[in-house]
Design a protein around this ligand. Sequence first.
Ligand code: NDP
Length: 275
Amino acid sequence: MSERYCVIGNPIAHSKSPEIHAAFALQTGQEMVYERCLAPLDEFDATVRALIAAGYQGANVTVPFKLQAADLADRLTERARAAGAVNTLVFNSSGGIIGDNTDGAGLVGDITRNAGVELAGKRVLLLGAGGAARGAVLPLLAALPAELTIANRTLATADALVERFASQLAQDQRLAACAFDAIGGPYDVVVNATSASLLDAMPPVPAGAFGPGTLALDMMYGKAPTRFMVFAAAQGALARDGLGMLVEQAAEAFLLWRGARPDTAAILDRLRLAL
Ligand code: NDP
């Protein structure tokens, strides 16, 4: 019988994960089933236990359950612990639940593999200090940028991230926090990890943050470019949405479950056409 996986969220109908994992399975010749699972808002733990009892091997976790998934897991990977959130669960045959977070690796994979931008020695600006930003800090630092600056509307939250990750710095690496009105630039890479694009708004990032060679990546994705992408492109930056990150984080989860890493490029192209 095919092994079973799913993505748990509420709402979940919009999730593209089943299409992505079906494409991965086809490409790598793996037999697996991947479904959407709508968990009632107050029944995340019970939903996971029911999936385990039904013989599922693992699950992705999306809004609003990523923090609960971290609490539920028996063991967290280092990157999940650093993120304080889990987007991938592995159900062990011994009954234990492993919690991982592949979002940050997906972001770095999209920047380096799909956009072809090397992060080592570069200046990176991360906008936002919420769950997605927190998950991105450790994988970004591991790619060895010379500088990572975190700008957030609530400065104290960005300061707390800097404090949390200060011990993870490589030699000569700089990690700093600032308010939006103190952003300098230009940066080599600017990542919008705020949720402003969800509200068709944009974080108040100054034009000077971008230059002609800047890669500007919005974690949000959709049919139309976000305000952030339009603004960045108007400053001469190369603007990119979060669809590549979505596919790359899925590929990391697939690797964890199935031991095979799919080739994401063709699948990303197909998904974009279907948006
Ligand atoms: P959170 O709610 O945890 O954090 C929201 C962040 O956005 C906070 O830093 C908040 O600042 C900031 N913010 C909200 N509105 C504004 C605004 N108008 N101006 C400036 N800053 C603002 O959200 P998440 O971190 O979970 O998600 C952030 C984004 O990342 C979402 O768009 C989400 O869809 C996307 N995402 C994409 C993924 C992908 O695979 N492509 C994966 C995960 C997330 P403050 O602290 O001041 O409130």
